[in-house]
Ligand binder design. Structure first.
Ligand SMILES: [Fe+2]
Length: 181
């Protein structure tokens, strides 16, 4: 897996100002793709959730990138209206949003028809856990791993940082309306 393939998947990496952090985020995605049965093209094709029925057209990448954009815009509004009362570290926020679902690359498998499903590994270790594991192997700092760990329902038991709250809500507001009852 090449870094430039990850850069093509994620133009939003450029938003991370801290070059070291940006590299660590990029390398985490490289590592995940190396260990995954999924290729970058699969990420542009497979639906972003398995819980919205078979007709969902929104791809994995479309959803993940939308969440990063929503999170960034939200962080900017927090800064504009709340200032020092509720500081938001934009690098941490964007890095966490880009990495929130990186563990899904280990959670998913493909059947013979190219449809994605949750494999055994993913049943044991959902993507908040596998995502933290991948990110820590790449030197991603704790405040960013916290966002990965706490972005989904598992994080309801955790005291989320401001950045983790933003990513959690960005993710769920772009997911729940799609979810089939
Ligand atoms: Fe997730």
């Amino acid at each position: 897996m090449q870094n430039k393939e990850v850069q093509a998947l994620w133009p939003e990496l450029e938003w991370i100002q801290d070059i070291e952090l940006r590299k660590k985020v990029e390398v985490t995605w490289v590592l995940a793709l190396e260990r995954s049965v999924l290729e970058p093209e699969d990420l542009r094709r497979i639906p972003f959730t398995l819980l919205a029925g078979p007709d969902l057209k929104v791809s994995f990448m479309a959803h993940k990138r939308a969440v990063v954009h929503i999170a960034r815009e939200s962080g900017l509004k927090f800064r504009e209206f709340f200032g020092d009362e509720l500081p938001v570290n934009m690098d941490v926020l964007i890095a966490g949003a880009i990495l929130a679902d990186v563990g899904k690359l280990l959670e998913y498998e493909l059947d013979d028809n190219g449809n994605s499903f949750q494999g055994k590994y993913g049943e044991y270790l959902r993507h908040p856990f596998s995502g933290v594991s991948l990110a820590e192997q790449c030197g991603v700092p704790a405040e960013v791993c916290h966002i990965i760990a706490a972005h989904a329902a598992e994080g309801d038991l955790v005291k989320r940082s401001t950045e983790a709250y933003i990513v959690h809500h960005a993710d769920f507001m772009a997911f729940l309306p799609f979810k089939k009852k």
